[in-house]
Design a binder for this molecule. Sequence first.
Ligand code: SF4
Length: 413
Amino acid sequence: MGVHGDEPGKATEWPGALDVRSLLEGGWRPTPIRDFILKVHSRCNLACDYCYMYEMADQGWRRQPRRMSRQVLEWTAQRIGEHARANRLSDVQVVLHGGEPLLAGVDHLRYAIETILGAGEPDVGVGFSVQTNGVLLDELYLDLFAEYGVSVGVSVDGDEEGHDLHRRRADGRGSYRDVLGGLERLVGPRYRHLFGGLLSTIELRNDPVVTYESLLAFAPPEMDFLLPHGNWDTPPPGRPPDESTPYGDWLIAIFDRWYAGEADVVRIRLFSEIIRLLFGRMSASEAVGLSPVAVAVVETNGEIEQVDSLKSAYEGAAGTRLHVSRDPFDTVLSLPSVAARQIGRRALSDQCLACAAHEVCGGGLYPHRYRSGTGFRNPSVFCHDLYKLISHIRDVLGRDLGLMAIESPAPVG
Ligand code: SF4
């Protein structure tokens, strides 16, 4: 593993040579980390074939211990408390993540939560959430989550047929029936208040409206549709190098259904963020917009990494060579690869800067911009999809608000 830009052959790729000192001298200040993703367990009880953790470029999980040790949890808790104090943060968010975090066991997750709470100042709020595949979600876990107010997000890709296309066990059996059991427990009256939302990875072969309605049946407070990971070297499935917009069209079908129906009762994160941005507000998502990304990941062995979707780009792309046993989280903020995610339009390619949608699109999710040779200073591999989706939402809102649609040049990329 290495610092991004220090990888052999990567030093000339952007942002390998980004001069953080010059940025600081020019007045830029890093945004402290508020979101801490803890890989409490590095393996999974499913074997989804699109998983960036196990199926894509970075295979670093193979050398990770299965479970985060108590020692690493204690170091991590101290570092989070230290970072919050040093940066005078009023609150932080901790995501219990994996692999599949519930494989860590109820007692271990309780230890993680209590250790983090114990290491913080009383006036620093800690919000906990867990992102699970739902298979192990039983009353024991739900009682623990209820005790500490842990918000529960579940990954589900649609109806049984759509979900089981990818989300299978290692022996090939679909997981939908097991996920359904966990979800039904979560959405029942006793635990519904813990329901954070549903995450669904887009599969073009699945009907978008059927997928949306399948998720809607659980009445989630929020859902999000994730573009599958890919980049210019390894394009996402069904995304040919032309001006077609298969993902844009898929999402527009859901947007139109949602906007005409349930927009006031369920939040769809991607759409809500685009709408915020169209109204000139900051985004709270790294998928779109130019807001600084302030997230750190702690691997099960205590290594500090960047968002793990970067692992879809190349081996070591998320690495920092930092470790919670010796390095404060502030150290992360001085890395070129982290600064690159916090400098807004200065991180965009010339093509994006010339695009009328760039304030809203922000070049798309950072890992999707990767191309070997130039690095991350490229338009998103989903450029045409994003442009079409943003234009559509802008036009629908503009029509409703009686505003003129803004003339925009064609996207480039
Ligand atoms: S050129 Fe493409 S990726 Fe870049 S901002 Fe415009 S739509 Fe987004």
